[in-house]
Write a protein that binds this ligand. Sequence first.
Ligand code: DQQ
Length: 663
Amino acid sequence: MIPAVPATVDGGVHDGAQSANAPLLPETSLKGQRPPARQKRPSTVLPAIAWTVLLLALAGLVVYRQGHGGGQAAAPGDQVAAAGRVVEVAASRGVVQGVSEKSTAPALLGGGAYDWTNAMLAWQRTAFHFQPQKNWMNDPNGPLYYKGWYHLFYQWNPDGAVWGNITWGHAVSRDLVHWLHLPLAMVPDHWYDINGVWTGSATQLPDGRIMMLYTGSTEDGVQVQLLAEPADPSDPLLRRWAKSEANPVLVPPPGVGLTDFRDPTTAWLNPADKAWRIAIGSKNQEHAGLALVYSTEDFVHYDLLPTLLHVVQGTGMWECVDFYPVSAELAAGVGLDTSAAPGPGVKHVLKASLDYDRNDYYAIGTYDPATDRWAPDDAAIDVGIGLRYDYGKFYASKTFYDPVGRRRVLWGWIGESDSERADVLKGWASLQSIPRTVLMDTKTGSNLLQWPVVEVENLRMRGKRFDGLDLQPGSVVPLDVGRATQLDIEAVFQVQAGAAAAGSVAAGAEAPYNCSASAGAAGRGLLGPFGLLVVADDSLSEQTAVYFYLVRGADGKLSTHFCQDAFRSSRANDLVKAVYGSSVPVLTGEDLSVRILVDHSIVESFAQGGRTCITSRVYPTKAIYDSARVFLFNNATNVNVTAKSIKIWELNSAYIRPYPDSS
Ligand code: DQQ
């Protein structure tokens, strides 16, 4: 076994100068929360070690991955025996009912059903990401802040761990981290939503009333828009909802497909005529994705506007459209209310969830209230063909404006990348992302910044810090961090001075790099990959790599790619394992930095302050419980990398339980 590098600072991590006497961070202690788990102290004190085995280990693991093909995954409807139980594999009904397939298609899975044990499946459940107690969940719906509580509603199946019978689950929180489950907010109980209470958004009016607009799938499978309001607005928990007598308030207009009309946005006030606007996603017959705009004054009667908010050829059905302003003022640092008027220093973000590839794409542009049209700043990176919120598993997201924190907060549905069979075995499927604050990146002027809400830092327990570790080409360095299944990691890397400068790499230009088409962390280039291996076991037979990869183009300029490689994340093969990622802007004088949240089966990463984000689901069989480790690695052939500062905190579990009187 490789001796692990002990922390430079053990027990406290702070942003000031390193000190052997650094004070311990205050441990989170919320009433009713279980006490923080104790973190092991390092058992050995050894100098930093650079270990030159990465190439062999990674190459061996590539062979391992390729050699584990084999049988067929179970198909929906099959009965399968697993871990001593017979499991009926129910079929996800998405496509049949007019939305995209929701679970991992059997054809995408690598091989025969793995013999998952209960201990392995139990380990996959997360500790500080939002999950219902059981069953299937998908899109976040109608997030809002009301009378002291954050509310999260979500698509939920009361009957099982696959998509179907969609109702609205509901939970409340004081801080976006600890949650209390409430009774269902809305169920399919009218002809107009009997096939599902689908995705919707909340609008809080200036007088405090809440208008909840959502899509219903009717008894005939037609998508209509519906209105509900709190039945008792004096209840801060908003436990009861009244569906409008006027429902459905909108049906598909002429020329729009009966199943291509869904997911109303939060409304915004048009400053020109002081009426509300909402957008609804659709597509046209030429497969262009688009957002229709309606005007309303009372949320019951609507006028379809003659122009589209926006349309992009070739992008197909737009689900879960989101539309909101961001401040483009330098150093603004705050979010904007959805109705903030367009003008100097205000940009508008348009986001669509693309049904055909199930990714969330956004673009930054300008909204013209006179025409109710939006145009991207750069047509080459328009909605659906340019930037994504997240280059991994992240879909059907929605933002809301938090008036207390003066911030815009983003939630995304994080699906599974295991099989439906495994979801049925474990009894649940899907998470919500860590809630992320969203700001315009005023340094680049061309992308958003996403960052875990600051309250997540209250979960940090004792931290460790490692400074100035030298990573030679081909090295792997284990870090002694104790238990490594619930972590918050902040890492800063420097490519050794001179190595990245023009002309200093003898071999010169390389071919363009693409994370998803690459060999992942095993593929060696002159200047990458280097980064961290998380949820890894001691022998590296399982590992998820989070890394940077620099490439010098033919023009002599460096580009930086940020990737996450799950190829070797598990010995099981009935999983989708992919390398995700994209390029990330790095401005002159900036170090390379990444924040990584590890929470059992999810690895959620934010590079360069959140310019590029990646979420992976990983299902290790060995690197679980006390066997999970963290390593640094440098698999570049031509550059020394310094891990300038690595801070790692073990994160406490969030308190996510039923509300005391909600049985
Ligand atoms: N999920 C909902 C739809 C939405 C889709 C149905 C996106 O309203 O278009 O569960 O995942």
